[in-house]
Write a protein that binds this ligand. Sequence first.
Ligand code: C5P
Length: 219
Amino acid sequence: MTRVLKAKKVLVTAGPTYEYLDDIRFIGNRSSGKQGAEIAKCLHKLDADVTLIIGPVNLELSSLSKVIKVETAIQMNEAVKKAGPFDIAICAAAVGDWRPKKKAKTKIKKTSGNKPPIVELVENPDILKNICIGKDRPSLVIGFAAETNDLLVNARLKLRNKGCDWIVANGVDAESNCMGGEENEVIIIKKNEEIRLARQSKEKIAWHICKKIVEEISG
Ligand code: C5P
């Protein structure tokens, strides 16, 4: 592949977020961060200036020079704003849509005879949407849609609602084992085109997505 990504500033978000109830309990999800990390590694190999902003994961990331580790959606949003602007943004993170309205100062206690606590949730900032409507919008913004049902319908809707250029849709129902697993199977959804990538390793999927990015940037 040609060196069209050389010195291009690229953002990749990846991994889950943890939304804390108290210092030790959180609401999270099963994202391993692998797909986003593989994309970041591949773009780095293609000479892009990659910033990976990643939630709590257990991955080998030493080949990347710019890795910002965060825990919550609020921290991820702040880190994205601080590290930008970018030429290209790929939002692969499984950001928690909601967080507990209040984080308790001390561990919430189970007191016998008392009812379980009721957790009130508030919406987190939508990082992808903010990138798309921001004044320094990258020339290419790619979102992800992890769906357990109606994959294509939901992903096409997301493409429109978020205002991004492509959505990478992947099914994450229990049988697929894609979320947290080693392999993935995706459909790249553009406004006028859909590209299916058959089940293969997340590294190979990353390579195909990056090839499409290079083609797009080459014009
Ligand atoms: O809205 P939903 O979570 O289904 O959208 C998924 C896409 O939006 C992913 O690209 C994800 O990284 C991004 N997202 C985000 N901030 C949120 C929620 C989702 O960047 N708060």
